[in-house]
Design a binder for this molecule. Structure first.
Ligand SMILES: *Cc1c(COP(=O)(O)O)cnc(C)c1O
Length: 434
C-alpha cells in the first residue's frame, strides 16, 4: 500500500517510510491510497469473533500488503491483551471502556501497535541506527507512548510535555520509567510542545544528525489501529441486538480517534452517525456550524487531553471527505462543553446511574444524552480511567476514589525530567548534543 500526503506536494511513501517519517515532506499527513471495504461475511459473523480476531481482520485490510500475516497477527494479538467492554450506563447509552490497558487510556492500543510495527521494520532492515521518537503530549499520549515503547531495542523516546499542565499521575507515567524514555518538561502549553516536534521534523540539520520519527496521532501506525475499537464496539452492540441506528460519540482533541472511526465507516462499518464531543476548545464544533476552520491557541480545561487549538487530524478528515463541509456534516455532528458543564455532567451521571465518568468521557456522555434521537442507541468512548484525573474528579464528586493498582505502581517511581524552554533553538541544541 502506498501513502500520499494530504498536502499533495510530497512523493507517495511506502508503509515503513510513512511510519518512520511520521509527517510527509510537505508537512501533510499520510493517507492510505485505498481503504479496502471488509466483506459482508465479516460483518455477518462479527458478533462471534474475539476482539483480537476482529482487529486482525481490520489490520490486514490496512497493513496486510506490507507485513507478513503471521507477523501482523502477532503484533495485533500482543497489542490487544486486554478487553474494551461496552458497559450500559442507561438503557440507551453505553460506555465503551477503553481504559483497561497498561496506562488506563485509549492511546495504549495505538502506541503499542506502533512500537511493535516500528520494531519489526527496524529489525527487518537490520538497522543499527537508533530511531528517535519525538512525542508531544498533554498527558495521555506521553504515558501511552512511553509505556508502549519502553525497552524496545533500537528506539529512544523523547516525551515533551507542558510544565505544570498534566496531572501528577500522568506525569509519573512517563517521567519515572528511565531506560530508553526521556521526559522534557517544556515551559509552555501543549501547542508549544507540538510546534517544537513539528519544527524538529522539518529541520534538515537535525534530521541529518539523527533519525527522527513521531508517535503523535499523525503517525499512521498509531492512528489507524484505533479503528479496531469501533468494529469491536459494533460487534458487542450487535450481540445485544442494539446495533441498528448506532450513534458513536467520541471525545476529541487532535481528532485521531474519531478519524480512525471514519475510516472504519468507509470500510463498511454500519454506524448511523458520529458525534465529536469537545471541551471549551471548540474549533471543530465551530467549523461544523460555520464551514470555517479557525484554529486558535488552546485553553486549559479539566479534560486536558482534549486541550487542542489546531487539531492535527482535521487535515485527514477534510481529505477523506473531499473537502466538502456538507459531506462532513452528513456524518458528524458536534458538541462542546465548558468545565462547569463537564463537572455537572459527572455529578448528574453518578447520581442518576452510579457510573463514574472521567472529564473526557463526560463530554461524550452528555452529547448523547442531549442529542440522541428516537430509535437510536448511543455509545460513547470512555477514553481514560477517572483515577487518572484523581484530584479533579474527587473535587467534583466530593468523595475519594480508588486508584487501580496498575496506576499506583507508577506513583512509586522517582520523577526525572529535563527542563526546556519553548524556543526551538534550545530544543534543537539539546538534540544535537545527543
Ligand atoms: C487523547 C485523548 C483524547 C482525544 O483523542 P484524539 O484522538 O486526540 O481526538 C480524549 N480523551 C483522552 C483521555 C485522551 O487521552
Amino acid at each position: 500500500m502506498k501513502y500520499y500526503s494530504t498536502n499533495q506536494q510530497a512523493p507517495v511513501a511506502t508503509l515503513d517510510k510513512a511510519v518512520v517519517k511520521g509527517l510527509a515532506e510537505d508537512k501533510g499527513l499520510y493517507m492510505p491510497e485505498r481503504i479496502k471495504p471488509l466483506s459482508k461475511e465479516f460483518f455477518d459473523e462479527i458478533q462471534n469473533l474475539s476482539f483480537q480476531e476482529i482487529a486482525y481482520q481490520v489490520a490486514d485490510a490496512f497493513f496486510g500488503e506490507d507485513v507478513p500475516a503471521e507477523v501482523l497477527r502477532q503484533i495485533v494479538y500482543d497489542t490487544l491483551s486486554f478487553d474494551v467492554p461496552a458497559v450500559p450506563v442507561t438503557d440507551r447509552i453505553f460506555s465503551l471502556e477503553l481504559f483497561h490497558g497498561p496506562t488506563l487510556a485509549f492511546k495504549d492500543v495505538g502506541a503499542r501497535f506502533m512500537a511493535r510495527l516500528l520494531g519489526y521494520f527496524n529489525q527487518k532492515e537490520a538497522n543499527d541506527r537508533l530511531v528517535n521518537v519525538l512525542v508531544a503530549t498533554s498527558g495521555d499520549t506521553g504515558s501511552a507512548v512511553a509505556n508502549g515503547f519502553l525497552g524496545v531495542p533500537g528506539i529512544h523516546v523523547y516525551v515533551l510535555y507542558p510544565k505544570g499542565k498534566v496531572s501528577p499521575i500522568q506525569e509519573c507515567q512517563f517521567t519515572t520509567l528511565g531506560q530508553n524514555i526521556t521526559a522534557l518538561e517544556v515551559d509552555g502549553v501543549f501547542d508549544d510542545c507540538q510546534a517544537l516536534v513539528k519544527s524538529a521534523f522539518m529541520d534538515a540539520e537535525l534530521n541529518a544528525h539523527m533519525k527522527l520519527t513521531s508517535a503523535n496521532s499523525i503517525n499512521v501506525a498509531r492512528f489507524l489501529p484505533q479503528s479496531f475499537y469501533y468494529f469491536y464496539a459494533y460487534a458487542q452492540m450487535k450481540k445485544r441486538g442494539l446495533a441498528d441506528n448506532l450513534v458513536v460519540c467520541v471525545p476529541s482533541g487532535n481528532f485521531g480517534n474519531i478519524c480512525s472511526a471514519l475510516f472504519g465507516k468507509r470500510m463498511g462499518l454500519p454506524v448511523k452517525r458520529f458525534v465529536a464531543a469537545n471541551n471549551a476548545n471548540d474549533i471543530f464544533y465551530n467549523y461544523l456550524q460555520t464551514g470555517e476552520y479557525k484554529p486558535r491557541p488552546s485553553v486549559q480545561t479539566i479534560a486536558n487531553a482534549m486541550d487542542v487549538g489546531d487539531p492535527s487530524n482535521f487535515a485527514r478528515i477534510l481529505d477523506l471527505y473531499g473537502h466538502s463541509h456538507e459531506a462532513i456534516c452528513a456524518d458528524i455532528s458536534g458538541a462542546a462543553y465548558t468545565d462547569e458543564q463537564i463537572a455537572e455532567t459527572m455529578r448528574f451521571c453518578l447520581g442518576e446511574t452510579g457510573y463514574l465518568l472521567d472529564p473526557h468521557g463526560a463530554c461524550g456522555y452528555r452529547a448523547l444524552q442531549e442529542g440522541l434521537q428516537e430509535g437510536e442507541t448511543g455509545i460513547f468512548l470512555e477514553t481514560a480511567h477517572p483515577a487518572k484525573f484523581k484530584e479533579t474528579v474527587e473535587g467534583i464528586i466530593s468523595r475519594p476514589i480508588e486508584i487501580p493498582a496498575k496506576l499506583a505502581a507508577f506513583m512509586e517511581g522517582t520523577k526525572q525530567s529535563i527542563q526546556m524552554t519553548n524556543d526551538f533553538a534550545d530544543f534543537k541544541q539539546y538534540l544535537m548534543r545527543q
